[in-house]
Ligand binder design. Sequence first.
Ligand code: NDP
Length: 345
Amino acid sequence: MTSPQNVYHTINRTRQKGRSYVSQIALITGASGQDGWYLTDWLIGQGYEVHGLIPCRAPGSGDARLRLHYGDLSDGSNLIQLLDEIQPDEVYNLAAQSYVGLSFELPVYTGDVTGLGALRLLEAVRLHMKRTGRFVKFYQASSSEMFGKVEESPQNERTPFHPRSPYACAKIYAHLQTMNYREAYGMFACSGILFNHESPRRGENFVTRKITRAAGRIKVGLQERLSLGNLDASRDWGFAGDYVRAMWLMLQHDKPDDYVIGTGETHSIREFLDEVFSYLELDWHDYVDVDPKYFRPAEVDIVCADASKAKRVLKWEPTISFRELARMMADHDLELAQRDLRLGK
Ligand code: NDP
């Protein structure tokens, strides 16, 4: 698999001769996603050289801060070669078919990318380390969806999993394989069991972003109605920028381990609507329709993180409140709607 950026090869060759001038090298899969964007930002701020894996279906799409490589977690054949080329110190596996609702329609694809994809990458890292004698740390993006029909509340690292979607089943598979590679091969492999985290970079099909995008467009007169599913669904919502810092902290600790990351506060979609629409001086009851087609076949219970282990061991704390998050997203999407209006979209 060749890099889309020729300049990378030159840099890489230089590094192989005298690697010491590069402090740390990270590879992020899912680099074009929300977390990929914030993690890139964080790692560059820490002085890293950052490489991103992007799927073949996004040729030409670029993030100038990154050295980009085409690759797909459903195809393991290029991963080892890529690791040999990049020689990363840290690998962050953020790539996934990450839409829970869509996973009911694409269960096998979701299992392949989100579940087996992580195994392909773990195995590639293991083989790369064995052959080169290098030491590589691995981060797996696990999810609070794994708790699903929760067996206790709040949820911590010892709470049993009870998945409620093909996505959650795939994430559990990846999570257990990460644990297995840590225990069987002594790999420095960590999983962050992250609760929902949002930002202005959240995909527009996710409910929070769907709401802020619609609210902005309603405010400027570009949209009249918004259709949503279960307004009582509740989540522990935090800010993506805070959560990527937790990923990095896990890999800087002496010992690899798994950590729950969340705010410890639960809010419903109804509350998110309240925050966003009232901030924009609108009443959401005038605009929102509930459409059963958006209900999931199986809904997760009210989830709430007990992140005390991450707070104690990693000294991690969230910095952005639910209200600040809703307003940050509303501000961003109001600006976007004003631009849409100017462009006549
Ligand atoms: P996104 O959906 O924004 O990003 C997913 C990324 O994976 C995208 O860059 C996507 O590329 C890439 N991708 C999809 N399929 C493949 C594939 N077959 N091979 C390689 N790359 C692929 O997710 P987030 O950034 O929000 O989340 C990052 C990770 O954390 C995901 O694994 C997600 O499941 C997990 N997670 C997220 C939570 C959240 O609240 N955000 C909570 C808990 C876990 P493209 O854009 O081209 O499709």
